[in-house]
Design a protein around this ligand. Structure first.
Ligand code: ADP
Ligand code: MG
Length: 262
């Protein structure tokens, strides 16, 4: 469903050094693919290229049949925006302090002129339920909610348009470990129920190995290793993957695993 083909990108003018180079990666429907690498290696830049916010120097990004950087015309762009949604590290940056939760989740439906007031109101209730929030939360402002609840609202908002693909850029990094597990569970559950494809970006191999079907390891803007999660975590081939694994405290992995299962 998502096909990233030999993408290179830089920030700044043509003289700037590329931040990501020759990156290829795919995500099938219903698949969660983890992208892991240390801070500054180019993960967010890749996410921005995938969502069409940043133009690559070379390569292509396809979602279904559509080349993301060759979309022409408002209608086509609008149709594409319904397919791909992004969830960021800081829900507080996505959610306006002035909007209630209900307004925040309803906004994409309004922008895309979907349904009447009654339809939208029912859809907001449905989405709150989907992410495990009480309908009463709809009247709250973000500051009245915990970080975990805010991230659930951000996910509900991202799901409002029934996207086929979710790009999650460090979605649990700002959360406590116990809350992280709940949000990860939610993403697994949504993938099962909605058949969503998900590119899950993180610096934390312990987190991503809990939910990804496959993992790609990025170092200095290049993918150095890619494989099924079990293979990659038990039989890493690249020295950098081994060093990431060695940096994972085993107790912490078990703690996250236990919470995810419970
Ligand atoms: N808007 C920008 N302008 C210039 N350089 C940037 C910009 N955004 C990121 N960079 C640089 O690109 C590199 C990769 O950044 P980023 O994609 O944010 O990495 P990550 O998400 O893996 O931490 C870093 O060296 C960063 O300083
Ligand atoms: Mg980043």
């Amino acid at each position: 469903m998502l096909e990233i083909v030999k993408v290179s990108a830089r920030h700044g003018g043509p003289d700037a050094v590329p931040v990501i180079e020759d990156v290829s990666l795919s995500v099938a429907a219903g698949e969660i693919v983890g992208l892991v690498g240390e801070s500054g290696c180019g993960k967010t830049t890749l996410a921005r290229v995938v969502t069409g916010l940043h133009r690559p120097d070379a390569g292509a990004v396809r979602v279904g049949e559509v080349d993301v950087h060759r979309i022409r015309g408002r209608r086509a762009l609008r149709a594409h925006r319904r397919q791909v949604q992004m969830v960021f590290q800081e829900p507080s940056l996505t959610l306006s302090p002035r909007q209630t939760v209900r307004q925040a989740i309803e906004e994409p439906l309004r922008i895309h002129r979907l349904g009447d007031a009654r339809f939208r109101s029912a859809r907001v209730r449905e989405l709150l339920d989907l992410v495990g929030l009480n309908p009463a939360v709809g009247d709250c402002r973000p500051r009245q909610l915990s970080g975990g609840q805010q991230q659930r609202v951000a996910i509900a908002r991202a799901l409002a348009l029934e996207p086929r693909l979710l790009i999650c850029d460090e979605p649990v990094t700002a959360l406590d470990v116990s809350v992280q597990a709940k949000v990860l569970n939610l993403l697994c559950d949504l993938r099962e129920r909605l058949g969503l494809g998900c590119l899950f970006i993180t610096h934390d191999l312990a987190v991503v190995s809990q939910l990804a079907d496959r993992i790609a390891v990025m170092q200095d803007g290049r993918i150095v290793e890619e494989g099924r999660t079990d293979d990659l975590t038990t039989r890493p081939r690249h020295a950098y993957t081994r060093s990431l694994l060695a940096a994972v405290p085993t107790l912490e992995i078990r703690a996250v695993e236990d919470t995810v299962r419970s």
